[in-house]
Design a protein around this ligand. Structure first.
Ligand SMILES: Cc1cc2nc3c(=O)[nH]c(=O)nc-3n(C[C@H](O)[C@H](O)[C@H](O)COP(=O)(O)O)c2cc1C
Ligand code: SF4
Ligand code: SF4
Length: 446
């Protein structure tokens, strides 16, 4: 019997799908609508000090046919009256006692933290999330990512919060830092019950070529925004993995955020150690209804793999994520083109000849547009299979006999790493490279 309910640091929810603190959680109306659609939890739009928002607020990267492949905002925390938010929070909890309602908070002084924590607890919040991530506006006032980028300050504030809070506390981290484990560890040392990540990535999504102002434009100028949406998922997955593999940090549960749109994204975050997830951009793009596909997909995956709960597979990808030095240098794959599937577009030839290793050749018969792989030249980089527009037309096939396992680390220990470029053991030595004359001759043919 599949059970996707979660108990995240003591916060219980019918499923791991939560809304991230953002416009979709700006009001009780929206959160109730989201719970009806199937979301198991919601992190309320950050509450804190009075703010004023600007218009416009959002920008995006539209990549080819995909709108909002990356999304940027310069919005601040909630600008609605705190009393209205607290009253609505209480009402939502009354109607949905079994769903998770988490209050995201961002204030400045210790006294302000103590006061607002008491207020949201009195309103019935199931947990608190500390917003140490906002990379615009609030950080200029010493809050948001200004805290997330200073582990010692973060630890102090988490300590204040832990001393005051009676409900579970999630520390939400900023990705705008070199080593995410620094603030992650600081949060755990400060006593946090859980971590969530990522907040938005400091960014400029584009420049208007008429006015030279960055998007989103506010009366002729702009400022850096916070980047999110599908484009940031790889950054989020990496940072999640960094925390989930860290022995001191992974004592607390981690909520994964960043670019989640489908059930596959959810499963990937769980496989890397998250035990709940939060979504913002995908809901702003497609609405609350996307949770239905997420739930059906997650359950289908669990059924197929015979997992009863998400805890049965949480973190299962972590042992597979290692350091480069531990990868098998003897593993060898080569590209193979399926002549039946090939449509003769020759994109693979162009990519390999101009951007990789000159391992794909065109037929001498100009009627035959299907290229072929020169196996000896192929280094197995994958590029052709990534550019090929036909699914499974180029496959990477294993060519080594699986008998050897040799890593850079093993070579280092045996003192056998190449120490000159001429060394027979050096990687590129012996790889085919066309002569410069070949380029010259092609030029003469132009
Ligand atoms: C318009 C907008 C407003 C946001 N406001 C907040 C906020 O008030 N508090 C907060 O912690 N995060 C805020 N975020 C960040 C999201 O909660 C989330 O961390 C980020 O968008 C990454 O998730 P996504 O890729 O699913 O959008 C905001 C994001 C957007 C796009
Ligand atoms: S990119 Fe794919 S479809 Fe196009 S020529 Fe190469 S193998 Fe064929
Ligand atoms: S895998 Fe890389 S080197 Fe091999 S044919 Fe494809 S692009 Fe060229």
């Amino acid at each position: 019997m599949i059970d996707i309910s979660v108990n995240f640091a003591g916060i219980k929810a019918p499923n791991p799908f939560w809304l991230a603190s953002a416009p979709p959680t700006n009001s009780g109306y929206q959160i109730m609508k989201a719970f009806d659609a199937g979301w198991g939890g919601a992190v309320w739009k950050t509450l804190g000090l009075p703010t004023i928002n600007v218009s416009s607020r959002y920008g995006s990267i539209n990549y080819r046919d995909t709108r909002m492949a990356g999304f940027s905002n310069i919005e601040l925390i909630s600008d609605r009256p705190l009393e209205d938010n607290l009253r609505e929070m209480q009402e939502v909890k009354k109607y949905y006692p079994n769903h998770a309602v988490i209050a995201s908070l961002m204030v400045d002084t210790r006294q302000e933290w103590e006061t607002i924590i008491k207020e949201v607890q009195d309103a019935g919040a199931d947990g608190i999330e500390l917003n140490f991530g906002c990379p615009h506006g609030m950080c200029e006032r010493g809050m948001g990512s200004a805290v997330g980028q200073e582990p010692e300050v973060l630890k102090t504030i988490v300590g204040w919060v832990m001393a005051a809070a009676k409900i579970p506390v999630i520390t939400k981290l900023s990705p705008n830092i070199s080593h995410i484990t620094d603030p992650g560890l600081a949060a755990v040392q400060g006593g946090t019950n859980a971590i969530s990540l990522i907040n938005t990535v400091k960014s400029i999504v584009g420049i208007d070529l008429d006015t030279f102002a960055p998007y989103p434009i506010v009366d002729g100028s702009g400022t850096n925004g916070g980047y999110c949406g599908p484009a940031v998922k790889p950054i989020a997955l990496h940072m999640l993995k960094e925390l989930a593999q860290h022995r001191q940090i992974n004592k607390v549960p981690i909520c994964g955020i960043g670019g989640i749109e489908t059930w596959r994204d959810v499963v990937e975050f769980i496989l890397l150690g998250a035990t709940s997830v939060q979504v913002c951009t995908a809901v702003m793009h497609y609405g609350f209804g996307i949770v239905r596909e997420m739930e059906a997909g997650l359950k289908g995956f669990m059924e197929q793999r015979s997992f009863d709960t998400i805890y049965d597979f949480a973190g299962r990808a972590l042992p597979k994520v290692t350091e480069w030095k531990n990868l098998n240098l003897k593993y060898s794959v080569k590209a193979n083109i399926d002549r039946e599937k090939c449509i003769g577009c020759q994109l693979c030839y162009i990519a390999c000849d101009d951007g990789a290793h000159q391992a794909i050749k065109l037929s001498e018969n100009s009627e035959d547009r299907i290229p072929s792989v020169i196996e000896d030249n192929c280094v197995g980089c994958n590029l052709c299979s990534l550019v090929c527009p036909v699914e499974n037309c180029i496959s990477m096939q294993r060519k080594d006999d699986k008998s050897e396992h040799l890593t850079w680390d093993m070579l280092t220990q045996k003192n056998e790493i190449p120490n000159t470029f001429n060394d027979e053991r050096a990687g590129g030595k012996g790889h085919h490279v066309p002569s410069v004359e070949e380029a010259w001759n092609k030029r003469e043919n132009i």
